[in-house]
Write a protein that binds this ligand. Structure first.
Ligand code: HSE
Length: 420
């Protein structure tokens, strides 16, 4: 028998307890032993909840209980769970966490502290999709060339509704919150931070890159409007918030940003609250993983897979990641080292010479325009929607600076990267 303590019995914690009960037969058969939840820890004991496990509001009742073999951390946040996980490991307990923010900051440290103790985190990326096990085990023969992930369901839900129904950003965000997809603070979802946390975990496994969120490029979807959606539709793209890890030579680009993706690519078809991850290995080619990235039962499915793996026999297969760096000389690329095609939206004065001035600022930095749409708007203004040929990010940033300084440019330009 393996005895479990769950710290944080919210939606996912309740699902873990419920599924362990409902699927007890199959879980025990696969684990080779009974898995019993001895105690759950909640912040507020007086809150009514429909769970069948004994509850306490004191984490030490789990952390200091010598009978508990395994701690499941489902608290959310960074500092408190860090202290809890540390103490659990110091007390010799195996740990399973779904906490991507915790791992984004402390994964190497905790991995080291765990030593030979099992420390698993399948649910931290893309909820119910077994992407950690796919990368760590199924693809372990490959050099990973590229990962592209739709790894935030809330952002994907908002963008899908904007694309398919012409919906307004704020209204769809409210809907996503009501449906329970969003983080407690939805800026984590729409600002790209939640996706960045998950991307960093994947990048550690694939490349052994020890980066923190502040080291990588993170842009959110807040500025996307129906103008951008209209351009995307006109030119055969869809708009997605992508987490991208790309190896080129000795460098790995890590970035999260709204992206124009050709609509015939598989990843462009991952819609609504669903998650999708494409992984390209040098030997296997492109592989694609699709499924629910949020929600109690889906996330609990991943949490329990970790508990079963631990119950089967100590530490899972040797870690592919969290050893830095996996390949000699591999390092994180500078934020502006990438090259891409770019889309720009500019609100400009609608008068003679403005288009020429815009093209001139871009041309000076070697940025060449590939396609363009112009839409008149009120007050003698026009919206310019254009896409460039491939250029360096650094050149695009200089071109943007030049455009900001043009008198005829009325608002902060909006730029979206294109991944073809
Ligand atoms: N807020 C996250 C999402 C939940 O929308 O994907 C799962 O991490």
């Amino acid at each position: 028998m393996i005895r479990v303590g769950i710290i944080g019995v919210g939606t996912v914690g309740k699902s873990v307890a419920d599924i362990l009960k409902a699927n007890r037969d199959v879980i025990a058969a696969r684990a080779g032993k009974e898995i019993v939840v001895k105690k759950g820890v909640v912040r507020n004991l007086s809150k009514k909840r429909d769970v069948s496990i004994p509850l306490t509001d004191n984490p030490d009742e789990v952390l200091d209980d010598p009978e508990i073999d395994l701690v499941v951390e489902l608290m959310g946040g960074v500092d408190e769970p860090y202290a809890v996980v540390k103490k659990a490991l110091q007390n010799g307990k195996a740990v399973v966490t779904a906490n991507k923010a915790l791992l984004a900051y402390h994964r190497y440290e905790l991995e080291q502290l765990a030593g030979d103790l099992p420390f698993e985190y399948e649910a931290s990326v893309a909820g119910g999709i077994p992407i950690i096990k796919a990368l760590r085990e199924g693809l372990s023969a490959n050099h990973i060339e590229r990962i592209e992930g739709i790894i935030n369901g809330t952002a994907n839900y908002i963008l899908t509704k904007m694309m398919q129904e012409g919906a307004d950003f704020d209204a769809v965000l409210k809907e996503a919150q009501e449906l329970g997809y969003a983080e407690a603070d939805p800026t984590f979802d729409i600002g790209g931070f939640d996706a960045a946390h998950k991307l960093l975990i994947l990048a550690s496994i694939a490349y052994g890159i020890d980066a923190k969120p502040e080291d990588i490029l993170i842009e959110g979807i807040e500025k996307i409007t129906q103008d951008d959606i209209a351009f995307a539709k006109e030119f055969g793209y869809t708009v997605k918030l992508l987490g991208i890890a790309k190896k080129s030579g000795e460098e790995v680009e890590l970035r999260v940003h709204p992206t124009l993706v050709p609509r015939d690519r598989m990843i462009a078809k991952v819609d609504g609250v669903m998650n999708g991850v494409s992984v390209v290995g040098d030997k296997v080619g492109e592989t694609m993983y699709y499924g629910p990235g949020a929600g109690g039962d889906a996330t609990a499915s991943a949490v329990i897979s970790d508990i079963i793996a631990i119950a089967r026999g100590g530490k899972s297969s040797p870690m592919l990641g969290f050893k830095r760096p996996l390949e000699e000389g591999l390092r994180l690329a500078r934020k502006d080292a990438m090259s891409a095609h770019y889309y720009l939206r500019l609100k400009v004065d609608d008068k003679p010479g403005v288009l020429a001035a815009v093209a001139d600022r871009m041309g000076k930095e070697g940025v060449s325009i590939e396609t363009m749409l112009q839409r008149p708007v009120r007050n003698e203004a026009a919206t310019l929607l254009l896409a460039t040929h491939a250029c360096r990010e650094s050149a695009m940033q200089r071109a943007l600076e030049g455009l900001r300084n043009l008198e005829a440019v009325r608002e902060e330009p909006v730029m979206i990267r294109i991944e073809r």
